[in-house]
Design a protein around this ligand. Sequence first.
Ligand SMILES: CC(C)(COP(=O)(O)OP(=O)(O)OC[C@H]1O[C@@H](n2cnc3c(N)ncnc32)[C@H](O)[C@@H]1OP(=O)(O)O)[C@@H](O)C(=O)NCCC(=O)NCCS
Length: 163
Amino acid sequence: MLDAKSHGGAVRIEIVNDPAAELREAVNVELRTFNREQNPAWYAARAATENDAQPLHIFAFSPGGQVCGGLFAETQFHWLKISILAVNSALRGHGIGTRLVQQAEATALARGCRYAYLDTMEYQAPIFYQRLGYQIAGTLPDWDSHGHAKFFLTKKLASMMLV
Ligand SMILES: CC(C)(COP(=O)(O)OP(=O)(O)OC[C@H]1O[C@@H](n2cnc3c(N)ncnc32)[C@H](O)[C@@H]1OP(=O)(O)O)[C@@H](O)C(=O)NCCC(=O)NCCS
């Protein structure tokens, strides 16, 4: 058993394959306890069901009723997190992606969000999002281990209300 006088050097560091749930929980509880001590207000707020993450699924339908695009996201507290966006390849470049993002942002604002967040690979849509006012908040070069960067982008939604 560890006590406060234990020297770090006396501690054994070991890789455990397929650790039991109890073993993992012994570590998880340390982090949970620490986090709750550091940020009690946020953890208390998150425990309230009215603050659960709210899913947001927006679809684009063709005049014939077929799905030709969509955006999947969620909102929680002040953040819109966009996870999926795609438009049918034959219909790209006609403003559908822009309308999907704008609808997501408007809905997020109505739900009380102030910011949007997403990540995208360099071969996906960083330019598209930047044209919509998103700014690169971080870059991970070689994210896929095949030479392609991942970009993290954010946008302040609240400023839209000033326009
Ligand atoms: C990214 C995507 C959703 C954009 O949808 P879209 O309907 O083509 O977008 P829009 O027509 O509203 O585009 C607005 C402008 O951005 C440009 N644009 C669109 N996608 C772009 C991209 N991937 N890179 C750079 N510019 C892009 C358009 O050419 C258009 O320019 P214009 O105003 O000069 O005509 C669509 O291209 C797509 O499904 N791409 C493949 C999947 C993907 O990368 N998804 C994003 C994952 S994070």
